[in-house]
Ligand binder design. Structure first.
Ligand code: PMP
Length: 419
């Protein structure tokens, strides 16, 4: 296997990722005198100068409310805001910008669909299929809805390597099923789910689908038409953009049948005390003043991702994952949780005799930032009979040296706990 130093700089027809890394200022900070190795990218990603500067420029010279003001500054801000909607539509390969709703994050996207579409179309005895790999954000809104309506939740099981049991999915899908809601990529163990196959089967059975793309959109080419889902949710802060902003993609016909979620300013045709009517999607779902600057920041993040190229990002992260998997799995005390054949660059592991939080603390003392806990996926943890794991999650801006530092840190933790 090539050395880390040889693997970082890939020139020729590929990209020099060390130059791309230079565009992320936080990555050059130090922790207790050691260089930061930021390996918590599944929780949130860092921002490049292009995003930081664009938001700061917008706030210093172009900021105004959108869709309300009749003056020049507001018109330009509105134009910039709506241009980003178009950019997101292209990024996701949606049919039109009207299929793109700005939310406050993936969590709100799922809650919106559950509270509006779900409340209208799901009734007593209806079934909602989830998978055993869901983040709580794609469990709890459905559980609340099911409790309110008397609906039933069914769960696609997961095998020992962390892949969905598709035969069982076929058995679960029935004429009682009203919705299938699955994650594209598991945040806790990294499995990339066969969402295209799941949506095709659901669609053939006349069932609506929601895909939680929070962990997929920053790491691979997304084509919502090819996936064939009705809804797709994501968070801007996991794709090098700002926090407090997300996107809900909704297939036009499905969004049009969906009643409003939050109500208030900027989503109405006519309001009287007796009765009100609402505008069409996407604005029907954007009550109140939106996160204007953040939307502009998301536009800059998408430009940045496109300039690097999603295929290149995917290839580089796969190399980091393969290198990390090879080195980490050689450590005898480590058990990697989740070894699916298709995996995003996430390694979740436990260390014999050590609590995941203690492992994370030892890694932190070496300047390595990882996450420890249940990753808001307690049912997944239960499936693998662990209460928590330590999770290292990579981005294209991570280096192969950082992978080696992680491995050294885990070895140190092993020695300490053995001692
Ligand atoms: N789904 C998945 C798979 C996630 O990883 C996360 C964030 N950890 C969410 C949903 C929720 O995203 P947010 O907190 O940005 O709303």
């Amino acid at each position: 296997m090539a050395k880390a130093s040889e693997m970082n700089t890939i020139t020729g027809k590929d990209v020099d990722f060390s130059r791309i890394r230079n565009q992320f200022p936080v990555l050059f900070s130090s922790v207790r005198g050691l260089p930061l190795a930021y390996l918590d990218n599944a929780a949130t990603t860092q921002k490049p100068w292009a995003v930081i500067n664009r938001m700061s420029e917008f706030d210093s010279a172009e900021y105004a409310t959108v869709r309300r003001g009749a003056y020049r500054l507001a018109e330009q801000a509105t134009q910039g805001f709506e241009d980003v909607r178009g950019k997101v539509a292209l990024f996701l390969k949606a049919n039109s910008p009207e299929e793109i709703v700005f939310t406050s994050g993936a969590t709100m996207g799922v809650n919106l669909v559950a509270a509006s579409w779900g409340r209208k179309f799901i009734g007593e005895g209806d079934e909602i299929i989830l998978s055993h790999l869901e983040h709580h954000a794609n469990i709890l809104p459905w559980q609340m809805l099911a409790q309110e309506k008397g609906a039933v939740i069914k769960v696609i099981p997961v095998n020992d390597i962390g892949e969905l049991d598709m035969e069982e999915f076929d058995r679960l899908l029935s004429n009682r099923t009203k919705l299938v809601a699955v994650t594209h990529v598991s945040n806790s163990i990294g499995t990339i789910n066969p969402v295209q196959a799941i949506c095709a089967k659901a669609r053939a059975a006349g069932v609506v689908t929601l895909v939680d793309g929070a962990q997929a959109a920053p790491h691979m080419n997304i084509d919502v038409r090819k996936i064939g889902c009705d809804f797709y949710v994501l968070s801007a802060h996991k794709m090098y953009g700002p926090s407090g902003l997300g996107v809900l993609y909704g297939r036009k016909e499905t969004l049009e049948r969906t009643p409003p979620f939050l109500t208030g300013g900027d989503m109405i045709e006519r309001v009287t005390f007796e009765k009100s009517t609402f505008v069409k999607p996407p604005h029907r779902f954007e009550a109140g003043t939106p996160a204007v600057t953040q939307v502009i920041g998301l536009g800059a993040a998408i430009d940045f991702l496109n300039s690097v190229g999603m295929e290149r990002i995917e290839r580089q992260e796969k190399k980091l994952l393969d290198y990390a998997t090879e080195l980490v799995s050689r450590i005898e005390t480590v058990s990697i949780i989740g070894n699916a054949r298709h995996k995003a660059a996430i390694i979740s592991f436990t260390l014999a005799d050590a609590h995941p939080h203690d492992v994370a603390t030892i890694l932190d003392s070496e300047g390595i930032a990882v996450r420890a806990g249940h990753h808001c996926a307690q049912p997944t943890m239960d499936r693998f009979c662990v209460a928590a794991t330590t999770r290292a999650s990579f981005s294209f801006y991570n280096t192969f040296e950082e992978v080696e530092r992680l491995v050294e840190g885990i070895k140190q933790a092993t020695d300490l706990f053995r001692g």
